[in-house]
Design a protein around this ligand. Structure first.
Ligand code: NAI
Length: 329
């Protein structure tokens, strides 16, 4: 089987080539992102392997179909970047990698929370300038704080488990509550109650058309003044402009983002020699209480190993049975 990878980075090649020793597929790595303009590069491949910011809209899927692509293997958990109805109509099967190392994202979430809370990002720079003053670095204990987890699936649960270890009270909101969350001592509440009680709010739900801009002006107004908001899920969950206004007024006290609404134009690329054209991203980067990472929650050895293994086994399952347990279309 010939598989063409889009948005491929050097680390994709490292981990997929290693996993492919057990599969023997023909893998070709393209740096180009996948969209309607680049879909023709898939010609000759039975499958394409795509990532979070590839744009698999209806036009792109039609182009892939014209070039003979039968399967799309997403090397990520989320699938909001794919027009699933068009894929189904064209008979293109789409598989993903659910639940690979949820601890990778959960631990990154904690890294963001602790960095912002203890101002480690500022302390690091200060000490390098031989400035050992503590003014401005005052933090707070996580112990006995209330944390609201929105989406208590695999990553939300792993995050809640770590937070319980810090002695936090963990509130959860999920339209599909889980016994596992209750078993670790989490408490389910309504969303408005979570907003009003939580000192820290962390997003772990998928992005869907229904929850686009879930965190908008009115939602932020319902939160505690000075709340810490953490988004390691998908950028479109947060209305960036509303978050900027709330940072300016002090309603949001800390903001950590591993994902950003317009990230497809910027993330996973070195733009250090260029002028950043996104005014919202530029503004966010000026706040001392905002911490941004470039969608690296998944980026651990363990997670990349599992992503490669599961992606290739999804394709083998499709190839041998015509269906796959991780199929979303
Ligand atoms: P999962 O499917 O195990 O859990 C998602 C949970 O969200 C489910 O329990 C679901 O019922 C709940 N949910 C759905 N809509 C909701 C809503 N409107 N409000 C509250 N809860 C809602 O997924 P998993 O593995 O925990 O991943 C969660 C998300 O994390 C993914 O969809 C993806 O967007 C993001 N992610 C980010 C990564 C990163 O590198 N930053 C890496 C992997 C995933």
């Amino acid at each position: 089987m010939n598989v063409k990878f889009f948005s491929a980075q050097a680390y994709d090649k490292t981990f997929f080539d290693k996993a492919n020793q057990h599969f023997g597929f023909e893998l070709e790595y393209l740096e180009a992102p996948l969209n309607v303009q680049t879909a023709r590069l898939a010609a000759g491949a039975e499958a394409v392997c795509a990532f979070v910011n590839d744009q698999l809209d209806s036009a792109c899927l039609h182009a892939l179909h014209r070039h003979g692509v039968k399967w799309i293997a997403l090397r990520c958990a989320g699938f909001n970047q794919v027009d699933l109805d068009s894929a189904k109509a064209l008979g293109i099967k789409v598989v993903r990698v659910p639940g690979y190392s949820p601890e990778a994202v959960a631990e990154h979430t904690l890294a963001l929370i602790l960095t912002l809370n203890r101002h480690t990002h500022r302390a690091y720079n200060r000490v390098r300038e031989s400035n050992f003053q503590l003014n401005g670095l005052l933090g707070f204990n996580l112990h006995q704080k209330t944390v609201g987890v929105i989406g208590t699936g695999q990553i939300g649960l792993a995050t809640a488990r770590i937070l319980k270890g810090f002695g936090c009270q963990v509130l959860g909101y999920d339209p599909y509550p889980s016994d596992a969350f209750l078993a670790i001592g989490g408490t389910y509440v309504r969303l408005d109650e979570l907003y009003s009680r939580a000192d820290i709010i962390s997003l772990h739900c998928p992005l869907t058309p229904e929850n686009h801009h879930l965190i908008n002006g009115p939602a932020i107004a319902d939160m505690k003044r000075g709340v810490m908001l953490v988004n390691t899920s998908r950028g479109g969950l947060v209305d960036t402009r509303a978050a900027i206004l709330a940072l300016k007024s002090g309603q949001i006290g800390y903001l950590a983002l591993d994902v950003y609404e317009q990230e497809s134009e910027f993330f996973f690329r070195d733009l250090s020699d260029e002028i950043l054209t996104d005014d919202d991203l530029s503004r966010l980067m000026t706040f001392p209480n905002v911490l941004i990472t470039g969608h690296q929650g998944f980026f651990t050895e363990e997670a990349l190993t599992q992503i490669a293994e599961i992606t290739l086994s999804n394709l083998r399952e499709l190839n041998t049975t015509g269906a796959c347990c991780h199929q979303v279309a």
